[in-house]
Design a protein around this ligand. Structure first.
Ligand SMILES: [Zn+2]
Length: 457
C-alpha cells in the first residue's frame, strides 16, 4: 500500500517539476523582454501594462503544459466505439492538431482521431472529455464576452474586451457567439428555480409570521426591429417598432425591494401568458400576499388574473397620474388651474373615489371635438380600472401603488441594451438578447451556459 502511494507521489512530483521547468523558462524569457521593453522614462501605468502583457506569456506556457497533462488519458486512447454502429474503431496513425484560444492565449491541442468508414463519421473523444468548443474561442473567452455584450453594443464590447484582456474578439464574432448562446435560452429556462424563489422569500420573511407582499408587474416596451432580408443582395427592410412584453416579480420589504425574476420578449399575448403561468408555478402562494401591477392595457390584466387569480389588481399610480396630467393640459392653459385639477383629481383617486371623478369629467363642457373625445377616453379608462384605483386601501394593506421611483424593469431590461441609435434588431436576435439579459438578471446564466456547452456542436 505504502509503495503504491509513493509511486503516485513520485509521478506527481515529476509532473510538477515539468510545469516548474516550463514556467522558469518562460519567466527567464519574460525578464529578458522586460529589460528590453521598459525604458527609463516609463511610468507606473506603462510598466504595469507591459508586465501584464509579458506575464500572459508565462501563464500561456504553463497552461499548455497543464492541458497536455490533464487530457493525457484521452490523448493516449487507442480505441473508440462508433456511436452510430457500435463498431470498435482504432485511432488513425496521425494525431490531429488544432490551435484554440483561451484567456491564457493560444493553446495547441493534439489528440487522436477515430474514423468509422461505414458511417462516414469522425470522432475526437478528447474534445468531448475536455469540453473543447467547436469555435476557436474557447468557453472561458465566450463566457467573459457574454458579460460584456449583453450590456453594451457588440462593437463597444469588442473594444473593452481587448483593452482588458489583450485578446481580440471582433464584434461580428461576438454577435455569432450571442446567437449560438441564445439557442440555449428558452422562455422557461431563464427563470429561477422554485427552490431559489422560496429561498429569497424565506430570507425576506426571516422567520416572522408576517407575509411579505409579492408584486407581479407587467408592462410593454417598444423596441426597434427590422424584417430579415431573404438574401444578401436584397435591401434591408424598413425598421418597425414592436412591443416586447414582459413581467417582473419582486418582494416589497420594509426599506427595499427584492428582485425575484424578470422575463421579456417580443412575443404575442399567448406566449406572454404561458411564461407568466409558468412563473406562477414557481411562487409559494401561501407564503406571500400578491399584488398585480400594470397600466391600462387589457391583454396584461387578462393574463395577470389568469396566472394569479388571488392577486389584488392595482393600476400603476404613475400611469394613472400621467393620464390626469394630460387631461389637465388639454382643459386648462393656466398652470395653477392645471395644478389644482391634478391635485384634486389625484386626491379623489387616492381615496378610490372614481365615481366622483367620472361625474366631474362628465360635467365638463368640451370646447373642441378632440377634447370631448379625450374626456370620453379617460372616463372609459377610469371606469374599466375603477377596482384597481383604491390607492388608500392598498396602502393600508401595505400594497404598493406603483413601481415607484425605480425605473420599470421592462424598460431597464429592454431599453438599456436594445434601444441604441442606429440599432434595429432582427426579431429573432433581439429576443435572444432579451433572454440572455433576463438570465443575467435572474442569476440563471450559469445554467444556461452549461446547456449551451452541451448543445454547441
Ligand atoms: Zn460506425
Amino acid at each position: 500500500m505504502v509503495a503504491v502511494i509513493n509511486l503516485r507521489e513520485i509521478q506527481q512530483a515529476k509532473i510538477e517539476e515539468k510545469w516548474k521547468q516550463v514556467g522558469y523558462k518562460a519567466v527567464d524569457e519574460m525578464v529578458k523582454n522586460l529589460k528590453e521593453k521598459i525604458g527609463e522614462k516609463e511610468d507606473f501605468q506603462a510598466i504595469s501594462e507591459i508586465v501584464k502583457k509579458e506575464g500572459q506569456k508565462v501563464s500561456k506556457a504553463i497552461m499548455q503544459e497543464v492541458i497536455n497533462e490533464q487530457g493525457a488519458k484521452e490523448r493516449a486512447r487507442e480505441k473508440y466505439v462508433c456511436q452510430e454502429c457500435g463498431k470498435m474503431l482504432t485511432k488513425q496513425p496521425q494525431m490531429r492538431s488544432r490551435i484554440v484560444e483561451s484567456l491564457n492565449g493560444e493553446i495547441e491541442i493534439e489528440r487522436p482521431y477515430f474514423y468509422c468508414k461505414s458511417c462516414q463519421k469522425g470522432y475526437q473523444p478528447y474534445d468531448e472529455e475536455m469540453k473543447i468548443a467547436p469555435q476557436k474561442k474557447q468557453y472561458d473567452l465566450q463566457r467573459a464576452a457574454a458579460e460584456l455584450f449583453s450590456e453594451v453594443p457588440y462593437k463597444r464590447a469588442s473594444q473593452i474586451f481587448e483593452r482588458l484582456t489583450g485578446i481580440k474578439i471582433t464584434d461580428h464574432c461576438m454577435q455569432e457567439i450571442a446567437s449560438e448562446m441564445g439557442q440555449a435560452a428558452d422562455n422557461i429556462r431563464v427563470l429561477p428555480s422554485q427552490t431559489k424563489v422560496e429561498e429569497i422569500i424565506e430570507q425576506a420573511t426571516n422567520g416572522r409570521v408576517w407575509k411579505p407582499v409579492l408584486v407581479v408587474a407587467a408592462d410593454g416596451a417598444h423596441l426597434p426591429t427590422r424584417p430579415q432580408a431573404s438574401s444578401r443582395s436584397e435591401k434591408r427592410g424598413k425598421g418597425e417598432w414592436k412591443e416586447a412584453k414582459g413581467f417582473r416579480i419582486y418582494l416589497v420589504c420594509q426599506d427595499r425591494i427584492e428582485q425575484i425574476m424578470s422575463w421579456h420578449k417580443i412575443a404575442n399575448e399567448e406566449e406572454f401568458g404561458q411564461a407568466l403561468s409558468f412563473a406562477s408555478t414557481l411562487i409559494p402562494m401561501e407564503k406571500v400576499r400578491i399584488a398585480l401591477l400594470g397600466d391600462g392595457a387589457k391583454w396584461l390584466w387578462t393574463h395577470l388574473k389568469r396566472a394569479f387569480p388571488t392577486g389584488t389588481e392595482i393600476l400603476d399610480y404613475y400611469h394613472c397620474s400621467e393620464h390626469i396630467h394630460k387631461m389637465a393640459k388639454l382643459l386648462f392653459t393656466e398652470q395653477n388651474e392645471q395644478a389644482f385639477f391634478i391635485e384634486s383629481t389625484m386626491a379623489k383617486l387616492n381615496f378610490g373615489e372614481v365615481e366622483s371623478v367620472v361625474a366631474s369629467l362628465q360635467r365638463i363642457k368640451a370646447s373642441t371635438l378632440e377634447i370631448e373625445d379625450e374626456i370620453r377616453k379617460l372616463i372609459s379608462y377610469l371606469k374599466s380600472n375603477s377596482h384597481r384605483i383604491d390607492y388608500q386601501s392598498f396602502k393600508h394593506s401595505q400594497f404598493p401603488r406603483g413601481s415607484g421611483a425605480i425605473e420599470s424593469a421592462n424598460k431597464f431590461i429592454c431599453h438599456v441594451r436594445m434601444k441604441r441609435s442606429g440599432a434595429w434588431w432582427y426579431q429573432i436576435n433581439g429576443n435572444k438578447m432579451l433572454l440572455l439579459r433576463c438570465a443575467f438578471s435572474n442569476d440563471t446564466f450559469d445554467q444556461l451556459f452549461t446547456r449551451y456547452k452541451l448543445i454547441n456542436k
